[in-house]
Design a protein around this ligand. Structure first.
Ligand code: 5AD
Ligand code: SF4
Length: 470
């Protein structure tokens, strides 16, 4: 048993990465059995779930969306805000009930919640029916734990790691667009954020391994890769290279579409902007979280930039990268945020007219510096601020979508629309969601689509067959 420890999670002493190559094969001990996997949170978790599926299927299991028929239930959890955690705890209630009637079921918790000591305390005391907890740094222990003859609750969580694991057998959700990890962890320590504690120190994958993965995805017919890191700008610092170098090498593989998330405004270099502008297969879309428009709050958040510096970067991107779309993340109600601070946030939204924004009310995370800051703002005020902010944000995302009305855009068609099975869905180069009328044989292709309707969060369009006049 290894339990998470916050002091350990805070440490940033070691600098030497250990590159670990997975080669193990596991016996098919679960043939004929099914697994149910639920993923919460960010793209990093979505991609980790593809590694989890790889293991579960290596053990012989098949996927099911009906939890009642599952032998193994895995919750890949998120800790970023309290509501993510509440959802998991709520879902555990259902698992407890299932386990009561079928004691052979194995319940597994993975992901960022595993790394929180208070969560583990709670699981050990109040959720004894949970069989296995595995941390974010040792996902490769999951098959070993599932093969064990479980006599007690197995908790294997390490709070920091030097390891960079290569060779997961991902079972990917899509055959068209793939996630590619470029680095793990975060050293930024924004004062509200739990990620540097749950994901450990920044560690980069070797450039050649990333390029090899992209080439192999391209050979398998993938049209798009999204390079993943908590802060992609930091890629390569620990191994003597840089994100702009990586991005250029990925572009040279010739894969049709390249995206990356997430970018921190602090060390977004001119080289990065130049590479994005230079290559047609790097999509003109940047997610650039601002978090707040107030310099006072940005400082308390430890964001390392001012409102003015953000605006300068933003304008530079707009000028140098043709047709670039920029989205952001904003937190309202950070401890000590005054009405004036909030007005500064609205002002920045007015100035940037973002293509879209994810907005959140500050959520206190145990163990982070912001959790200890004085917070006198009432929840009602925070909710009002969020509502005002959302109105403004939606106004601008609608405005940016309206610009595409009646235009012809290129869309990578990813599949059938979940809401309307007669329609397909895909994304423009600028990452706008389009519901498309067209036949299924265009799934997996980049096609021309005429936009027929524009809303705040999506566009409707019609597939234009080759050779048809617009
Ligand atoms: N409370 C609210 N929002 C948060 N985020 C990160 N931590 C918190 C928190 N404690 C938001 C940030 C980040 C996004 C992924 O989640 O805006 O960019
Ligand atoms: Fe969290 Fe800041 Fe790191 Fe993003 S850059 S993961 S907000 S600490």
């Amino acid at each position: 048993m290894h339990l998470p420890n916050l002091d350990e999670a805070k440490k940033r002493t070691s600098k030497n990465n250990i590159y670990k190559n997975l080669t193990e094969n596991y016996p098919k001990a679960y043939v004929g059995k099914k697994y149910f996997l639920r993923t919460y949170g960010c793209q990093m978790n979505v991609h980790d779930s593809e590694a989890i599926r790889g293991y579960l299927e290596m053990l012989g299991m098949e996927n099911t969306t009906n939890i009642e028929e599952a032998t193994v239930i895995v919750l890949n959890t998120c800790a970023i805000r309290e509501n993510a955690r509440d959802k998991v705890i709520g879902f555990l209630g259902k698992c407890k009930y299932l386990k009561k009637n079928h004691p052979d079921i194995k319940i597994v918790i993975a992901g960022c919640m595993s790394e929180q000591p208070d969560v583990i305390d709670d699981i050990m005391k109040n959720h004894k029916y949970v069989d296995i907890v595995v941390g974010t740094h040792n996902l490769d222990d999951l098959p070993k734990l599932l093969l064990k003859d479980l006599k007690k609750q197995e908790i294997e969580v390490f709070s920091n790691s030097d390891e960079v694991i290569e060779g997961f057998n991902y079972v990917r959700d899509s055959k068209i667009a793939a996630w590619v990890n470029i680095m793990f962890g975060c050293d930024k320590f924004c004062t509200y954020c739990i990620v540097p504690y749950t994901r450990g120190r920044e560690r980069s994958r070797k450039l050649e391994n990333i390029i090899e993965e992209v080439k192999s995805l391209k050979r398998d017919g993938y049209k798009e890769v999204t390079l993943l890191g908590q802060n992609v700008n930091a890629y390569g610092k620990d191994i003597g290279t840089s994100f702009s170098t990586l991005l250029e090498e990925v572009a040279k593989t010739g894969i049709e579409r390249i995206r990356f998330v997430t970018s921190h405004p602090w060390n977004f270099t001119d080289e990065m902007i130049n590479v994005i502008a230079k290559y047609k297969n790097i999509m003109p879309y940047i997610h650039l979280p601002i978090q707040s428009g107030s310099n006072n709050i940005l400082k308390k958040m430890n964001r390392r930039y001012t409102k003015e510096e953000y605006l300068e970067l933003f304008n530079k991107m707009k000028k140098k990268i043709p047709n670039v779309a920029i989205t952001t993340d904003i937190i309202v109600g950070f401890p000590g945020e005054s009405d004036e601070d909030f007005e500064e946030t609205l002002d920045v939204v007015e100035k940037c007219q973002f293509d879209g924004a994810y907005t959140f009310i500050f959520s206190k995370r145990e163990g982070t510096p912001a959790a200890l800051m004085k917070d006198n703002t009432s929840i009602a005020t925070k909710e009002k601020r969020l509502q005002r902010l959302n109105e403004l944000v939606n106004y601008y995302s609608n405005k940016s979508n309206q610009k595409l009305l009646h235009k012809v855009v290129e869309v990578l068609i990813l599949g059938e629309s979940e809401k309307d099975s007669k329609k397909l869905y895909g994304y423009t180069d600028t990452m706008k969601l389009v519901n498309v009328e067209g036949s299924k044989d265009i799934i997996g292709k980049i096609v021309k689509v005429k936009i027929t309707d524009a809303k705040s969060f999506s566009l409707d369009g019609k597939y234009l067959e080759e050779g048809v006049e617009v």
